[in-house]
Design a protein around this ligand. Structure first.
Ligand code: BES
Ligand code: ZN
Ligand code: ZN
Length: 517
């Protein structure tokens, strides 16, 4: 039997090492996110539920009808605990596990400490904590008339993610997620848009977690083409198209790779006649640094260098799933940065689509070279009302902000403040960083119009100043440097270690709050 699908291109054949990875096998590659089943509240279900039974108590230790029933089945053990000092000392959102409970079929009861009417943010965090505590078990969450049921469900779903595509052993799936509420249809309607966010975030995480021998530029583009099924218009600029447009800044980056460079354009037209808002993403499917080769240690992390493109794709998927009433165009520049006899060299000069020339001092500062041409194209073709770009652009932003905040650079206070506000509501960290023309002297080239690196100081800012050269003066624009937040080594509130999907929630929120009609 052949190792490779015959539908795969030549590049795939060499790179995919036995994994089936064409669209035909998409089911295998992308696990479906787990959405909750909402059930009519019923006290009878509690004793019979298998897996985990989850109930709540507020700060004063008072129970709703479900917790009361669990307490009765457990012959008062729950009440005794809720009256104890241990319970009093628990923070809101914390969970106490009661293994092998008397009187219930469940393996364990989880008691969640949560206000009767928590904030939306707290309800989501409580949900994530439940998922963390539950692992792969079936969950039966009894919330009765709690107004935040949909947000609890969202928190659980967001945290019940793993990427075990390439583990051939112990691949147990997540159990069922059952939530018992008094008003099923109302909760389902409320969950609808939240579920679209979960699907978008999972799409982003899957893309970011994929290794680079699987997620080549062609495979990435195929997965985006697949979004057409949801009603998005997806088109692709191939190398010849980009050559005709004069995009030699982007094309230069991909010259050392066997994988063809591409720009994929995703259009969602749910609004009126207004011009679209644009999202632009850096999609470097692997960043070796090119001829300015990175050191070996940690280079494997550069599979996530397409994180910006992954977020743009995730947002577009969410918008389509929830049929957003807005016009949004997403553009991603897909390239691979490899060292090769054909690769561009330090010192090379390339001409961008804008017409300005760039001296490539360091081939590892490639993200800005990709963005320069995609951003210019986005402005010239779509005349957007504003642009947000996302990129795993600099190691320097991690030095500055760590893994808690992305850096936001902007020429427009209103747009960046709107975004920061949205991110606050969605529990995604972001911190504004400065732009200033005084930094431009650091990227003056001796022989070209501009050079692609600015020396040791202010690395994230000079990168942002470089990008700004390719933004029209009156164009509202935010650049998000997500190098520290796109993929992390420790679990976060809403994601296990690895890809987080940072940005999908905030951008979706910004669009629904500001741009939807
Ligand atoms: N993809 C990297 C930035 C990066 C670093 C992302 C760590 C995620 C984690 C980017 O292309 C890069 O290599 N930047 C250089 C720029 C330098 C050569 C001016 C960097 O940050 O060192
Ligand atoms: Zn690089
Ligand atoms: Zn990079």
């Amino acid at each position: 039997t052949p190792l490779y699908s015959s539908a795969a291109s030549d590049v795939y054949k060499r790179q995919m090492h036995g994994f089936k990875c064409t669209n035909k096998h998409k089911e295998i590659v992308m696990p479906m996110p787990i959405h909750p089943i909402f059930n009519e509240h019923s006290l009878q279900s509690i004793a019979k539920a298998e897996g985990l039974v989850v109930i709540c108590a507020d700060a004063a230790g008072s129970f709703g009808p479900s917790a009361k029933r669990v307490n009765r089945l457990m012959k008062g053990a729950l009440r005794k605990f809720a009256d104890s000092e241990v319970f009093e000392k628990m923070d809101e959102g914390e969970i106490q596990r009661f293994p092998a409970p008397l009187g219930l079929l469940a393996n364990a009861v989880l008691l969640l400490k949560m206000k009767k009417r928590p904030s939306v943010e707290m309800a989501q965090k409580c949900g994530a904590n439940i998922a963390k505590e539950a692992g792969k078990s079936n969950i039966h969450l009894f919330v009765t008339a709690n107004a935040r049921a949909a947000h609890l469900a969202f928190g659980i779903a967001m945290r019940r993610y793993n990427f075990n595509e390439y583990k051939t052993k112990n691949q147990t799936a997540f159990g069922s997620l059952n939530i018992y509420v008094t008003n099923v249809s109302k909760t389902e309607i409320e969950y609808n848009d939240l579920g679209a966010v979960v699907d978008g975030v999972f799409f982003t995480r899957d893309l970011v977690n994929e290794p680079a021998n699987i997620l080549t530029t062609s495979e990435f583009s195929n997965r985006l083409k697949d979004l057409e099924k949801l009603g998005l218009k997806v088109s692709v600029l191939e190398e010849a198209d980009m050559e005709a447009l004069g995009m030699f800044s982007l094309l230069g980056v991909g010259m050392g790779s066997e994988s063809p460079s591409k720009i994929v354009i995703m259009e969602w037209s749910g609004g009126g006649n207004e011009s679209p808002f644009a999202l632009v993403g850096k999609g470097v499917v692997f960043d070796t640094g090119g001829i300015s080769l990175k050191p070996a240690g940690g280079m494997e992390d550069m599979t996530m260098d397409m994180g910006g493109a992954g977020v743009v794709a995730g947002v577009m998927k969410t918008l389509a799933l929830r049929k957003a009433k807005a016009n949004i165009v997403g553009l991603v520049g897909l390239v691979e940065n490899m060292p090769d006899a054909k690769a561009q060299r330090p010192g090379d000069v390339v001409k961008s689509m804008k017409g300005e020339t760039i001296e490539v001092i360091n081939t590892d500062a490639e993200g800005r070279l990709v963005l320069a041409d995609v951003l210019w194209y986005a402005q010239k073709i779509f005349k957007p009302s504003g642009i947000i770009n996302l990129a795993t652009l600099t190691g320097a932003i991690i030095v500055a902000l760590g893994h808690e905040n992305a850096g936001a650079f902007s020429n427009n206070d209103k747009l960046v403040n709107d975004f920061i506000k949205s991110a606050g509501h969605e529990s995604e960290g972001v911190w504004r960083m400065p732009l200033n023309k005084n930094y431009d002297k650091l990227i003056i080239s001796r022989i070209a119009d501009i050079k692609n690196v600015g020396g040791r100081t202010a690395g994230s800012i000079t990168a942002a100043q470089f990008i700004q050269r390719f933004i029209d003066e009156d164009m509202p624009w935010v650049h998000l440097d997500i190098a520290g937040v796109a993929s992390v080594k420790n679990e976060t509130d809403f994601a296990p270690k690895g890809a987080t999907g940072w940005g999908v929630r905030s951008l979706n929120r910004l669009i629904s709050d500001i741009y939807e009609i």
